[in-house]
Design a protein around this ligand. Structure first.
Ligand SMILES: NC(=O)c1ccc[n+]([C@@H]2O[C@H](COP(=O)([O-])OP(=O)(O)OC[C@H]3O[C@@H](n4cnc5c(N)ncnc54)[C@H](O)[C@@H]3O)[C@@H](O)[C@H]2O)c1
Length: 370
């Protein structure tokens, strides 16, 4: 198969869909890989690295799209890319269709086969191509929180781990899933006093078993959160209810009970946020202050650490991309149920229920097109 790896053109996006190590996996199986010049630059991979792994470098994004049978990238296509995608072309990337009607219509019109990372789903309901980014965001949330707790950044002026004879910072983590677990590990490793709240008791039992002694678990409910909030220095929002907007666990009126310089990091902001006052921010302007409480609500946190994020993402996507290249998308999806669930829009038809419901579009059963 001919595989194309374009350079991401979404602002501030430095990740790339395939690393040189991934190119080698394709080329040794007889596939051809075309990489746009400087596509990997933002993640620390240079054209020479790709050439060494057997890729051919093309100068423009148009060249890559016109040559490839399968495009492997990171972010959803944005407007300038819409017309580059051709009928029957396989596009394997994050799409997040339900949040963009123009993208959905453009992909229907293109006639392409759109296989979305975010809906590839294993039998246990887990989302293997979303997990790596949650791991990155969870760990980053503590890094960001520690930074903004410093006085010159607007925080309370407290060191996360404290020092001998001085108490460490108190960190509350709302949601003990992938983001919450990785946040807890980081915060605990830095010596903070950590509390994880979740509604899932089994999850809390598992966390209690695996976490160090400076992490405790609590059942999440409105009263507990309201009572505890004023004594915490850093609060991480990491809840998710699959397929729904995040519940607002911290409401506007609770801010006045918090101490000046408390830091809120709402990682769940991409699903609407679990803190009422959080609205999405960017890496260029990540924070704002309401009622003396500092809010950090960057919707694409992993974008700031492309060296790590590209590797984490491609470690997870490559095995699926190889199946698609080796068997063709139809056979690969017939053989692999998880991959089949990634199909969203195929040859002008919407085959993912959530997308058809989001925009009231006709729905075609995925098995009817296989
Ligand atoms: N901002 C970013 O850059 C970024 C990056 C990655 C993920 N995310 C987002 O982070 C959020 C968390 O993702 P995840 O992978 O950890 O999800 P997950 O499904 O692994 O974990 C979510 C947890 O929230 C818990 N939960 C649900 N309702 C709750 C409540 N009322 N109180 C406490 N806990 C509750 C669930 O039981 C679950 O354990 C998602 O919204 C995800 O999209 C954001």
């Amino acid at each position: 198969m001919i595989i194309g790896v374009p350079k991401e053109i979404k602002p501030s996006e430095n990740r790339v869909g395939v690393k040189p190590a991934g190119v080698l996996e394709f080329t040794k199986r007889g596939h051809e890989v075309y990489v746009q010049s400087q596509a990997g630059w933002g993640s620390g991979f240079f054209d020479e690295d790709y050439i060494e792994s057997g890729a051919k470098i093309l100068p423009t994004i148009e060249d890559v799209y016109s040559k490839a049978e399968m495009i492997v990238k990171v972010k959803e296509p944005i407007e300038p890319e819409y017309d580059l995608i051709t009928e029957g072309q396989l596009v394997f990337t994050y799409f997040h269709f339900a949040s963009s009607e123009p993208l959905t219509h453009a992909m229907i019109k293109s006639g392409a086969v759109c296989l979305a990372y975010e809906t590839v789903e294993l039998a246990d309901g887990s989302l293997p191509l979303l997990v790596p980014m949650s791991e990155v965001a969870g760990r980053m949330s503590i890094q960001a929180g520690a930074h903004y707790l410093e006085k010159p950044r607007g925080g309370k002026g407290i060191l996360l781990g404290g020092v001998p004879g001085v108490q460490p910072a108190k960190v509350m983590i709302l949601g003990g899933g992938v983001v919450g677990t990785h946040a807890a590990k980081m915060a605990a490793g830095m010596g903070a006093d950590v509390t994880i709240l979740d509604v899932n008791l089994n999850r809390l039992r598992q966390l209690e078993d695996i976490m160090p002694p400076n992490v405790r678990t609590l059942h999440s409910n409105a009263l507990t959160i309201r009572e505890l909030l004023p004594s915490f220095d850093l609060i991480i929002g990491a809840v998710l209810i699959h397929g729904a907007k995040a519940p607002k666990l911290i409401t506007r009126d609770m801010l006045k009970d918090m101490q000046r310089g408390t830091v809120l990091v709402d990682v769940a902001v991409d699903q609407g946020g679990c803190i009422e006052t959080c609205t999405p921010t960017t890496h260029d302007n990540p924070t704002f202050v309401i009622d003396d409480v500092l809010h950090y609500c960057v919707a694409n946190m992993p974008g700031a650490v492309p060296y790590t994020s590209t590797s984490a993402l491609t470690n997870a996507t490559l095995p699926y991309a190889l199946q698609l290249a080796n068997k063709g998308w139809k056979q690969a999806c017939i053989d692999n149920e998880a991959l089949k669930l990634g199909l969203n829009v195929v040859n002008g038809k919407v085959v993912y229920k959530g997308v058809s419901e989001a925009f009231d579009l006709p729905y075609t059963e995925v098995d009817d097109i296989l």
